[in-house]
Structures are given as C-alpha cells and as structure tokens.
Design a protein around this ligand. Structure first.
Ligand code: CTP
Ligand code: MG
Length: 235
C-alpha cells in the first residue's frame, strides 16, 4: 500500500448519496434506487462500499420526501449511527445541496456518489479521496472510446469530433468540503440545473482532476441497464 493511501488516516470523509430522483427513464413500478439487482436494491449496493470504508465518518442519503419520512430499515442496518437521511429536492443538485447542509461539520472531505452507480470500485473511491485530501476536486472518469460525431438537428453530420482528451465524468466526485460549499454558494440558484458537482467547482475557479475509473461503474438509467446490471452483479 502506498504512502499516499488514505486508509491510514482518521475518518474525516463525508459521503453524500443523492437517491431522490424519480427514475423516469428506468420506468417500472418501483423507483430505480429501491429496485433490486440480484436481490439487492441499487441504493443498498451503492451504500455498502462506503459504509465499510475506514475513512468514512458520515453518510447522508437524500431520498424522495415521502421515503425520507420512513426510510427503508436496511439503510440504518448497514450504515449504523453514521447515517443521516434528508429529503431531496427537485433536481439532483438540490438533493446534493440538502445532503451537504446536513453533513457532520467534522467531515473536511466530501464525496458525492450517485445511488444509481452500484458497481463503484474501492480503488476508485480511494483514489478520489486521495486527490480531495490533496486539496483538489476529483472526478472518477473514463476516457471516451467511441468515435464522436457532431450533427445538426436533422441528424446530418457536421463533423467528426477529435476524442483526444475527452473523458466521461462519472461518480464518485470528491472535494475539500469548503471548496464544494463555496461552489454551491457562488452558483446560487443556477446551481440547481448542474448535472455534476465538479462543474460548479470548476466554474468557481478551483482545480479539478480526473481519476481513472472502471467502465463497469455504469449509471443505471434505462430498463436495458438493469439487464446489464444483473449480469455484472452475477459475474
Ligand atoms: N437524484 C436526486 N434528486 C433528484 C434527481 C436525481 O437525488 N431530484 C439522484 C438520483 O436518485 C440518482 C442520481 O441523482 O441516484 C443521478 O440521477 P439520474 O440517474 O438522472 O436518476 P433519476 O433522476 O432518478 O432518473 P431520471 O432522470 O430518469 O428520472
Ligand atoms: Mg435525472
């Protein structure tokens, strides 16, 4: 284990798990964050890795308001006394903002991780924590491997985009707490439309680095993703 490993440090990391979405694109009866993959709900899968991580001091889960009033019991069973549950907002960023406001003040590093990414690897989490502990923003990301086209509204190709230097941003994303708080404060109401937290931190002028992630850290978005998720879970 390298000297920069975050594992030997005291627990000072707070994890925000936005899980308050409607899951509209996934469809189906049960909201996607509560839907089981190989028997285990997505949110529980996402929570498990952080709940067992020695650096994690607190976990705040943002749930749809009705669920926040009566959270599923397995949340506290897995996360124990470090868990807080808050009602999420109308957008992802509003949910993250609500969770950040409820985070234990002792946490100086904040990770934000989509509940809809149940296959995040421990190595990714450690690398994101290590970068945030150095004072920079960190984004789990994978290099773009497809050929990219820009097209007009009628699908006529305008150009092939050079993919050199292009990455797909995933989560977790990690930040020094004061940096994330300042970014949200500065962005004000416009923050509510942001689809990723690093964007706000970049806009506030803070450095952000990419951390090489695995391509199986997919975001479950559509019904097809649930088929893929079953396969990944049963590997
Ligand atoms: N999220 C949230 N609060 C919202 C919207 C989204 O906490 N108001 C969370 C989702 O629960 C998910 C993550 O943000 O864990 C990423 O969002 P996405 O994949 O878009 O999930 P949904 O918004 O639930 O899905 P959809 O956009 O298809 O409705
Ligand atoms: Mg959404």
């Amino acid at each position: 284990m390298s000297r920069s490993s975050p594992v030997g440090s005291p627990p000072d990391v707070g994890v925000l798990l936005p899980a308050a979405g409607l899951g509209e694109r996934a469809g189906g009866g049960t909201r996607k964050q509560f839907r089981p993959v190989a028997g285990v709900p997505l949110l529980l899968r996402s929570l498990q890795l952080f709940a067992g991580h020695p650096r994690v001091a607190a976990i705040v889960v943002a749930l749809p308001p009705a669920d926040a009033e009566r959270p599923p019991p397995w949340l506290a069973d897995v996360a124990g006394p470090r868990l807080r549950v808050v009602a999420g907002g109308a957008t992802r960023a509003a949910s993250v903002g609500a969770a950040l406001a409820a985070l234990d003040p002792a946490c100086h590093i904040v990770l934000v991780h989509d509940a809809a990414r149940p296959f995040v690897a421990r190595e990714t989490v450690d690398a994101v924590i290590a970068a945030a502990a150095r004072g920079v923003g960190a984004v789990a990301a994978v290099p773009v491997s497809d050929t990219l086209k820009r097209a007009r509204g009628d699908a006529r190709v305008v150009e092939t985009v050079d993919r050199a230097g292009l990455w797909r941003a995933q989560t977790p994303q990690g930040f020094p707490r004061r940096v994330l708080e300042e970014a949200y404060r500065r962005a004000g109401a416009s923050a509510l439309e942001a689809t990723d937290d690093a964007f706000l931190v970049e806009a506030a002028g803070h450095p952000v680095e990419l951390v090489l992630d695995t391509s199986d850290n997919i975001k479950i978005t559509t019904p097809e993703d649930f088929v893929l998720a079953e396969a990944l879970a049963n590997r």
